[in-house]
Design a protein. Structure first.
Length: 317
């Protein structure tokens, strides 16, 4: 009986020590969040045809990497910075309006399958009209964010809470949408001042999803230093993955999502927040997601089809 009591006491002590160790370990490590972001993809379905094999890209590889990240990361959010619709002068794969619409519909559904959470609204989202976007992408699970446009019932911002981390994610859309498509778009500064004033909840980080181009986003970084990260789609003359303006990072997505780019957010015990950038390449030898590969047509135009020796490849899609 005495031996049994001693063993019970020792077990209780060991259990308490283990619990304390786990608690101290939890407190010692910062809270972490991974933000996966793309932008300026223009509904690119397949790997880059004119790039080295090490570059690659394509939805099936992207889908697999994001799936692996979701399986391994406790806190993760997937964001598109805008210009995810096909067509227009910046889309290298553009063929004609009918084909570009068809490709956009495929891409919207693929984004939904991948599990995008939030998407910005760039100029390209309206090349086929507000009704096309609203009646197709508007029915899917991801949310539109834009503080300066009333189209497609976009939310000006979203509050997202993770274990120990609270984010305010604000959206903006280009003022050029008004000139091209006649939709009402408010000025950037006016919309941001009003939206930031509405965020009453205490947040650890404010992120701006802004497909208005680098020059305008750099100016906003100077005027609104409380915004610590800007996902900048739209026109850019800079190939660097990010630029720092004061204490604000301006992150740029890879064109056609040829690689995935990540922001690693960590919150330390003193409540300060750190941001680190990481890129994940999508080479041709990377594993493809089987479900996404089966969902996509094998090609969309002749150039997408892989040539076989002695045969001429012709896309039948």
């Amino acid at each position: 009986m005495r031996i049994k009591k001693l063993m019970t006491k020792e077990f209780s002590k060991a259990l308490i020590l283990t619990s304390l160790f786990s608690l101290f370990s939890f407190l010692a490590y910062p809270e972490k969040l991974t933000i996966v972001y793309t932008g300026n993809s223009y509904s690119a379905l397949y790997p880059c045809r004119v790039c080295p094999a090490s570059v690659g890209g394509g939805l099936s590889r992207r889908a697999q990497v994001i799936k692996d990240l979701k399986d391994s990361e406790q806190n993760l959010i997937v964001i598109d910075g805008g210009n995810f619709t096909a067509g227009g002068i910046y889309d290298r794969e553009s063929m004609n309006p009918a084909s570009d619409k068809k490709r956009s519909l495929l891409y919207y559904k693929a984004m939904d399958k991948i599990g995008y959470d939030l998407v910005g609204l760039g100029e390209n989202e309206f090349v086929f009209g507000e009704k096309f976007l609203k009646s197709n992408a508007g029915k899917l699970k991801f949310k539109f964010i834009s503080a300066n446009i009333d189209a497609v019932k976009a939310s000006p911002y979203q509050i997202r809470k993770f274990n120990g981390l609270t984010l305010a994610i604000v959206g903006l859309s280009p003022e050029s949408i008004y000139k091209r498509f006649g939709l009402k778009v408010r000025g950037y500064q006016e919309a941001l001042e009003e939206t930031l004033g509405k965020i009453k909840e205490k947040v650890d980080l404010i992120i701006l999803v802004s497909p208005i181009g680098d020059l305008a986003n750099k100016e906003l970084a100077k005027k609104f230093p409380q915004i610590k990260a800007i996902i900048s789609s739209g026109p850019t003359l800079d190939d660097a993955a990010y630029t720092k303006i004061g204490d604000t990072y301006v992150f740029r997505p890879a064109y056609q999502a040829k690689e995935l780019r990540l922001i690693e957010v960590s919150k330390n015990s003193d409540k300060t927040v750190n941001l680190e950038h990481r890129a994940v390449k999508l080479p041709l030898d990377l594993k493809e997601n089987v479900q996404m590969k089966d969902f996509l047509p094998s090609c969309f135009k002749d150039e997408d089809c892989r040539s076989r020796k002695g045969l001429i490849s012709k896309c039948q899609h």
